[in-house]
Design a protein around this ligand. Structure first.
Ligand SMILES: Nc1ncnc2c1ncn2[C@@H]1O[C@H](COP(=O)(O)OP(=O)(O)OP(=O)(O)O)[C@@H](O)[C@H]1O
Ligand SMILES: [Mg+2]
Length: 261
């Protein structure tokens, strides 16, 4: 990151149960990190249902899955290419798939990979996405709901795994099972629980007493966040906002970045 040049850029993934606020908080976190104009932030929409682009005021023209299908199509047509040429094409297409505004870039993954057959294409796309990420000062990944991505080890390069939950019991349990899978898979990320949509003190105490995970922060229920998601609005304009302040506090101590404000 630009303020900690000796450390590799943080790759932060937000995972958790469906509907707990992963996309909203990913958009806010991207905005918080990008508030420092020297910091280039890559936001990755890894949820096939998408939504992060709209929350960042961007439009997706091409996804990683589209690039993958194009490459597979060429293999199927029997276009024989040197690995080098295919790599160059994939590189170029991925670069085209980046949507950028100021110091924020967005890459949408599209559909999850089907297992098996096209390992070669899948493998080097993984490498290329990794290389692409290395060109940024921070990466924020909006994960799909549930445990699958951690299970499929798509999150191998992640340095910080933020498990998002609402104050519900089910949300907390899903977060904990993701943590179990991540630990069993040998994922080396730092793991923390972020409690979203908190309305009252009692919810904070209940979660604290129940969870074995380190709680990194609490984000309040916030009318502006609610409205933005419901109306599909750009959230980058939410500056003077309690949810954003709470997330900024939680993230700066968990990830260790210096706040721009
Ligand atoms: N802090 C908050 N205050 C008020 N509403 C919130 C807050 N966080 C999220 N929401 C609302 O919760 C709903 C789900 O949010 P969001 O789409 O970000 O969740 P998600 O985890 O990405 O969902 P999915 O699993 O479907 O991708 C939206 O209507 C959003 O406005
Ligand atoms: Mg989402």
């Amino acid at each position: 990151m630009s303020d900690q040049t000796d450390l590799p850029p943080p790759i932060i993934a937000l995972c958790g149960k469906g509907g707990v606020g992963k996309t909203s908080l990913s958009a806010l976190l991207t905005t918080i990190l990008a508030a420092d104009p020297k910091r280039r932030v890559l936001a990755v929409d890894a949820d096939p249902a998408a939504g992060l682009a709209a929350a960042l005021g961007l439009e997706v023209a091409r996804t990683v899955d589209d690039v993958r299908n194009e490459l597979i199509g060429r293999l199927r047509q029997g276009i024989r290419e040197e690995g080098r040429d295919m790599q160059a094409l994939a590189d170029y297409r991925l670069f085209e798939a980046l949507e950028e505004r100021d110091n924020i870039a967005l890459l949408a993954i599209g559909r999850p990979e089907s297992e098996g057959c096209y390992c070669r294409v899948n493998d080097f796309l993984k490498v290329l996405v990794g290389e692409l990420a290395a060109g940024f000062d921070a990466v924020v990944i909006d994960g799909e709901a549930g445990i699958e991505q951690v299970n499929r080890r798509v999150m191998t390069g992640v340095s910080h795994l933020v498990l998002v939950t609402d104050p519900s019991e089910r949300g907390r349990r899903v977060a904990e099972s993701i943590a179990d899978v991540a630990e069993r898979a040998g994922m080396r990320a730092r793991i923390g629980l972020l409690v979203n949509r908190v309305r009252e003190e009692g919810e904070v105490r209940r979660i604290q007493a129940a969870t074995r995970l380190p709680v990194i922060g609490y984000v309040p229920e916030d009318e502006a966040v609610y409205r933005s998601a419901r109306e599909g609005l750009d959230m980058t304009g939410l500056t003077d906002n309690p949810a954003r302040f709470a997330l900024e506090r939680a993230a700066s101590s968990f990830i260790g970045f210096r706040s721009a404000i």
